[in-house]
Design a protein around this ligand. Structure first.
Ligand SMILES: Cc1cc2nc3c(=O)[nH]c(=O)nc-3n(C[C@H](O)[C@H](O)[C@H](O)COP(=O)(O)OP(=O)(O)OC[C@H]3O[C@@H](n4cnc5c(N)ncnc54)[C@H](O)[C@@H]3O)c2cc1C
Ligand SMILES: NC(=O)c1ccc[n+]([C@@H]2O[C@H](COP(=O)([O-])OP(=O)(O)OC[C@H]3O[C@@H](n4cnc5c(N)ncnc54)[C@H](O)[C@@H]3O)[C@@H](O)[C@H]2O)c1
Length: 460
């Protein structure tokens, strides 16, 4: 059995940078990856999807540039080229990541699936064949999530798509039924609508994006419908079958009413679940919750000293920047003697629909629930000079503030580059800048951020 100082399971957004830091610190390190270096974000998450969102936006702009007085004869979608551009960007990132790990003499990269065979021992079923037994005092689990496949009659008999397999398409599907009305369903739904697919989207809850405020989710709903996406809420697919023409017949329960719909493709976007089963984690005594997420304390250590878990597998918010922040906490605590925790870290995120939804802090619903004496400011993008000038007037800016202290508690920016505007607000929130100061802050004209003046003037 080969002994290491450190073993890392999963080369995702926390595992890869942690391996590099451990190797650099002279620790004999093994990193085990069953698929590709870089994990979900680089290979089948953020990077490829945002690359495709950019192509889809180009199509959208081409379709409406007449409004700006620019006439083009028409445009067409070259899906093989769109895919190749995405593949090139992914490969560039993946191979750069892999090279940086393989170049370090202290790091062994093992391609295979890891499972625990004992307290701090692992068996790696190598992708090339054979197995390897390894052990270490310090083990870091960064195994991430996988798509949840709902238990629906006939689903396993049709060739359904997931957020991973859809990225291999070289043709534009005629009609996609999307199951799930949150990040993955909405980003892919809008993107493929812009590539030319007919999109029908099902959400089992009463509205899409159920964790956002109702007015925000309503606005996104309207924007997507305006682009031609059919959205059914309170709806579930109950059965799938193939007809004689090879098309898919989906039986839907739409708010209690049954309807059969013919589609060509089904995209499952109903959530993601932890990849703990294959890890055989029971052998270690590490505790997981009822869904299989690894339980950790605020320094990301499990109940077994020396075994840590980072990123999505802990059940925290499933975002790349959170996984990366987990890495920075563990690395600085263990190698730089710091005493950092996950307590009170901000949670910004951005949904890359167009317009984007940039979000940080609490929603109005949460403020109400917490009994805070709050005030809300809302500014429609039609009232933002920059938005009018560039012709991007869909969406709104919303801020929730503490009425007593003037503290900014949360914002939702649904606008072009909403993620960037949200980040300006995040900096203010972290720096303790209250809304009354932003109201009279001098911003360059005419930028989107300048309209934060007007947003907070709504509170006068
Ligand atoms: C379609 C899509 C779009 C997304 N877009 C965004 C976005 O725009 N912004 C954002 O912040 N987040 C986005 N996310 C979420 C983001 O990708 C994840 O939060 C992030 O990748 C999590 O990183 P991680 O390090 O925790 O896990 P991962 O990146 O999933 O890495 C885990 C790695 O562990 C490996 N592994 C698992 N089990 C084993 C095992 N037993 N043995 C060996 N290896 C194993 C896996 O193969 C994987 O490579 C998106 C996700 C998806 C699916
Ligand atoms: N821009 C981003 O940051 C980004 C983009 C994509 C994914 N992600 C991450 O990936 C994770 C997974 O995203 P997701 O959208 O797949 O999952 P999700 O859990 O966020 O949303 C799934 C949606 O599907 C619905 N649903 C579940 N089962 C259903 C069914 N049988 N029929 C109809 N609707 C059903 C749920 O009510 C929910 O609205 C997210 O938590 C997010 O953190 C982030």
């Amino acid at each position: 059995m080969k002994q290491y100082d450190v073993i890392i399971i999963g080369a995702g957004q926390a595992g890869s940078p942690l391996a590099r830091k451990m190797g650099k610190a002279g620790k004999k390190t093994a990193i085990i990856e069953k698929r590709w270096i870089g994990g979900t974000c680089v290979n089948d998450g953020c990077t490829p999807t945002k690359t495709w969102v950019a192509s889809a936006r180009a199509a959208y702009l081409a379709g409406r540039c007449n409004n700006l007085g620019v006439h083009i004869d028409g445009y067409s979608i070259d899906m093989p080229q769109i895919k190749k551009r995405k593949d090139d960007i992914v490969m560039h990132s993946r191979s750069g990541n892999q090279k940086s790990l393989e170049e370090d003499p202290n790091i062994d990269v093992l391609f295979g699936e890891a499972s625990f065979s004992g307290h701090k021992t692992l068996t790696v079923k190598l992708n090339d064949g054979g197995t390897e037994e390894i052990l270490a005092e310090q083990i870091f689990i960064n195994a991430g999530l996988q798509t949840v496949i709902p238990d629906i009659e006939g689903l396993s008999d049709i060739d359904y798509l997931t957020s991973t397999s859809i990225l291999e398409l070289e043709t534009v599907p005629q009609h996609i039924l999307v199951i799930g009305g949150n990040y993955i369903g909405l980003e892919f739904g809008q993107m493929f609508r812009r590539f030319g697919s007919q999109i029908t989207l099902l959400e089992r809850g009463p509205r899409i994006m159920s964790h956002e405020d109702e007015d925000v989710s309503h606005e996104v709903h309207n924007i997507l419908e305006e682009e031609g996406i059919a959205i059914f809420t309170n709806t579930r697919a109950t059965k799938f079958e193939k007809n004689a023409h090879g098309r898919i017949l989906a039986t839907l329960d739409i708010d209690g009413r049954t309807e059969v719909m013919e589609v060509t493709h089904v995209l499952v976007a109903a959530g993601r679940e932890p990849q703990t089963e294959a890890l055989k984690i029971d052998a270690t005594g590490v505790e997981t919750d009822e869904k299989g997420f690894v339980k950790v304390d605020n320094k990301l250590q499990t109940n077994v000293p020396g075994i840590y878990a980072l990123g999505d597998i802990t059940g925290g918010p499933a975002f790349t920047h959170i996984s990366y922040n987990d890495f920075t906490i563990v690395w600085r605590n263990l190698l730089m003697g710091e005493n950092l925790t996950t307590d009170d870290r901000p949670l910004p995120y951005c949904m890359f629909t167009d317009p984007q939804l940039g979000r940080v802090g609490i929603t109005e619903t949460e403020a109400k629930k917490q009994g805070i004496n709050y005030k809300v400011a809302v500014l429609k993008m039609t009232g933002v000079a920059r938005a009018v000038e560039v012709g991007e007037t869909r969406g709104l800016m919303k801020a929730v503030v503490n009425a007593d202290t003037k503290e900014i508690l949360g914002v939702a920016i649904l606008s072009e580059e909403g993620g960037e505007i949200m980040s300006v607000m995040q900096m203010a929130m972290q720096g303790g800048i209250t809304y009354d100061r932003i109201r009279y802050c001098v911003f360059a004209h005419p930028t989107y951020s300048e309209s934060l003046n007007n947003l907070f003037m709504k509170l006068e």
